[in-house]
Design a binder for this molecule. Structure first.
Ligand code: GLN
Length: 485
């Protein structure tokens, strides 16, 4: 049996029945990492010895899994702080940084018994859509080595797709969990803003950032969400709500569920095979007894521009802490403080991060604040109202996750606008703070995965998971595996 191809819930059942050991479970993915990471570049750092020791300790104790993540190895995007591993955010700026504390999401999984394999590659400070802005290496798409895995959580998605982790965590500011999930045929959920603590996660654009799971199927997605969702006094934006069991909503009965279809997500630039896959998905929902409801939005055409203005403004302030004084990289030769700042930031940040800092500072500067930043925040409110109106007449919105399947390595690196356009269908959920999930719904003629996005109103994760589970149960896209030798 190829253990590494199984899901979390399948592995836990085998562990409970004592059909396999914890050591066998970690070995299954470590073997993949040892054999494949060189080729795919999913991880920046791994701790095989520590992982084997933890598994052996569990075997020696002879414990049965005490909850569904117990003893299951996973990967963490390299913008989460853990005090026993480096955290680089894939930047030269933090090349030698070791955090002195732990992110809450990591602590929650640790308390549930999860075993951390290592830190996954990403776009520098999570700015990008292809994992090509990493200072250290380029991650490749397990479905086609010449294609990008998406980004910025490309390492986390590639690790799960190539069976180098049973699941992983990513962060999603404008699509960075869903877009790579779409490109790699994994399930990726961006929860409601504030549902999962961001404490100990490096900030990019604080009013958008959200932590979420990347998994092989919907049940696993609900299991990981159970572990990481919840109030955290250390994060002031964390919502104070009772804990839920998200597996409770996983029923196949979605009769009468209103599935909204909005033209703004079906633009002319949509790859024809994606349109066909979405049309087929709509038919699956109709057959399952859902009601298909056309809905419309007025302001969605402005979502991408508003997102890049506001997120860059927030990024420019968040990046100001990397000044060479407190921690991280410091330039070697300088004559005074000013020059030290200048050289440190010029040498420590890559091109895309600099671009965001410059754009962000520009839109916040006194002469342009009203014309850009202020206007973008007003557009944000209008888009929120658009969504409220759409959700008055439907329970979930069904859209493609991206307009194209995975593009070639290097294809968009010289054209930032083409790169930004990749996020056109994912940024609206971040703008409104609503939950959104991507799951596989087909393949193009070259065998590259196509992603289906389901969005719901704020805190309606259960409606999304239920709709996703019904689709997954009626189809077999999630069982397809890339050819990995
Ligand atoms: N690709 C988007 C950007 O570059 C989103 C990134 C993210 O979600 N972290 O801003």
């Amino acid at each position: 049996m190829k253990l590494e191809t199984l899901t979390i819930h399948e592995i836990v059942d085998l562990l409970k029945n004592k059909e396999i050991s914890y050591s066998e479970v970690v070995d299954s993915v470590l073997k993949q990492i040892e054999g494949q990471n060189e080729k795919y570049g999913a991880y920046l750092y791994t701790d095989p010895d520590g992982v084997r020791e933890q598994a052996k300790a569990l075997d020696d104790k002879g414990v049965t899994p005490q909850n569904p993540l117990y003893g299951i190895p996973y990967g963490l995007k390299d913008n989460f702080c853990t005090d026993h591993m480096p955290m680089t955010c894939a930047s030269k700026m933090l090349e030698n940084f070791r955090p002195p504390y732990n992110a809450t999401a990591y602590e929650s999984i640790k308390n549930a018994g999860g075993i951390l394999l290592g830190k996954t590659n990403m776009d520098e400070f999570a700015m990008g859509s292809s994992t090509e802005t990493s200072y250290f290496k380029v991650t490749k798409n397990p479905w086609d080595l010449t294609k990008v895995p998406g980004g910025s959580s490309g390492g986390s998605a590639a690790a799960v797709a190539a069976n180098m982790a049973y699941y992983s965590l990513g962060t999603d500011t404008g699509g960075s969990i869903r877009q790579p999930s779409s490109f790699c045929a994994t399930v990726g959920l961006k929860p409601t803003y504030g549902l999962v603590s961001r404490y100990g996660v490096t900030a990019f654009a604080s009013s958008f950032d959200q932590v979420g799971p990347i998994t092989k199927d919907i049940t696993d997605c609900a299991l990981v969400l159970n572990a990481i969702a919840g109030h955290d006094a250390k994060d002031t934006t964390s919502l104070n709500l009772d804990k839920k069991d998200y597996t409770q909503c996983l029923t196949k009965d979605i009769k009468g569920l209103k599935v909204g279809i909005c033209d703004s997500f079906m633009g002319d630039n949509l790859q024809p095979e994606i349109r066909a896959a979405i049309d087929a998905a709509i038919e699956v929902y109709r057959d399952l007894g859902a009601e298909i409801v056309p809905v419309c939005a007025q302001f969605l055409d402005h979502a991408l521009a508003a997102y890049y203005i506001i997120s860059s403004a927030e990024a420019s302030t968040n990046m100001s802490r990397y000044d060479g004084v407190r921690y991280g990289y410091r330039a070697e030769d300088y004559n005074d403080l000013e020059e030290m700042y200048n050289k440190t930031r010029s040498e420590g940040f890559g091109l895309e991060v600099k671009r965001r800092i410059i754009l962000g500072s520009y839109v916040l500067s006194s002469g342009y604040y009203d014309a850009y930043y202020n206007k973008a925040t007003r557009v944000r409110t209008m888009i929120r109202e658009d969504f409220n109106r759409m959700f008055d007449s439907c329970d979930v919105l069904l859209t493609p996750t991206t307009a194209n399947t995975a593009f070639g390595l290097g294809e968009r690196t010289d054209d930032p606008l083409a790169m930004y356009l990749t996020d056109v269908y994912t940024v609206p959920a971040n703008i409104v703070g609503a939950p959104a999930l991507s799951m596989p719904c087909g393949f193009d003629k070259n065998g590259l995965p196509i992603g289906l996005q389901l969005m719901g109103p704020v805190l309606c994760e259960e409606t999304i998971l239920k709709a996703a589970f019904a689709f997954e149960s009626a189809t077999d896209f999630h069982t397809q595996q890339p050819k990995i030798d």
